[in-house]
Design a protein around this ligand. Structure first.
Ligand code: CA
Ligand code: ZN
Length: 301
């Protein structure tokens, strides 16, 4: 593979004003090194909350300028592989996550990863589901911190963003200015404690441009189906918008009435929660591949 990007090239926000650290042609496969979401600052369970520089959190490696990408296009990102460090880290504490108000002290835990398992302790080993937490492009307006998700992607903490997945991002600025970071060796839907098993590592992705087609939110495609990833102030809103976006996307591609498609959404579509702990929460509406096949729907290629 020709193209690589080292994790010294990092951003803490997605911004159209950033100078790209790399320029690639559409169709390029690139290997991107990433820090973990703590920028590798937590090296033992002794690391205290006050010794962490909280300004150096959620770095994304990038941004990468993809030639020909312009506003009104889509950036197609195929996740080819995810490789990561032999240890992961988790943190919990009083101000963190859903249970934060019930927790008395900050704690960091180093979690060894061996034989495709995360070793929580002698008795508890967890299966891995490697995924990318922060991934996206520069937004239209003001810079958006890498800790916050949105229509440009960012900190979506969606466990479907894994090997084999394709994500279509709306392009808001010339070159798209793509970046990624915050990989997890494992994470459950919700990410209720605010961290997954956080790891540094390397993601290999293929970046492509789809001209003249746009979307309002990132669309994820995998072998099982497709999902819009929508972040909002509340889960109610994220759920509603993800379903509305799917309707707006699929209805023009079928002969069905909106009533009929609503029935199919209700019978076979899945409302799923990605995360409930970031500055905006993220939900997704998933339509299974078998239904798309019955409807004869292809998305962009
Ligand atoms: Ca995250
Ligand atoms: Zn993370």
């Amino acid at each position: 593979m020709a193209e690589t990007l080292a994790c010294k090239d990092i951003i803490y926000a997605f911004s159209k004003d950033h100078k790209p650290v790399k320029q690639v042609k559409p169709g390029t496969t690139i290997s991107i090194d990433t820090y973990d979401c703590f920028q590798n600052q937590i090296t033992s369970s002794e690391t205290g909350i006050s010794s962490i520089d909280w300004d150096q959190i959620n770095p994304a490696t990038g941004p990468i300028y993809v030639e020909t990408a312009e506003p009104g296009d889509l950036l197609k990102v195929k996740v080819q592989s995810i490789k990561f460090s032999e240890t992961g880290v988790m943190t919990v504490g009083p101000d963190l996550g859903v249970l934060g108000p019930h927790l008395e002290k900050f704690e960091a835990k180093i979690i060894p990863i061996r034989n495709n398992k995360a070793i929580f302790n002698e008795k508890i080993e967890l299966p891995l589901n490697p995924m990318i937490g922060v991934i996206g492009v520069a937004p239209a307006g003001e810079p958006v911190s890498c800790g916050t998700p949105g229509p440009h992607g960012g900190n979506m903490d969606t466990k479907l963003i894994t090997e084999g997945a394709e994500i279509y991002f709306p392009v808001f600025t010339e070159g798209a200015l793509f970046g990624l970071g915050d990989m997890h060796a494992a994470m459950g839907d919700g990410e209720v404690g605010v961290s997954g098993i956080e790891v540094s590592g390397t993601a290999v992705v293929t970046l492509d441009v789809i001209k003249g087609t746009s979307l309002n939110y990132p669309l994820l495609v995998n072998d099982e189906g497709i999902a819009f990833l929508v972040s909002a102030e509340t889960l109610d809103e994220a759920v509603r918008v993800s379903i509305e976006e799917m309707m707006a996307f699929l209805l023009p591609k079928t002969e069905l009435t909106m009533n009929e498609l609503t029935m199919l959404f209700s019978a076979a579509g899945e409302t799923q929660i990605s995360q409930v702990v970031d500055p905006l929460v993220t939900a997704r509406f998933f339509i299974p591949a078998h239904l798309l096949e019955s409807l004869g729907i292809k998305w962009f290629d």
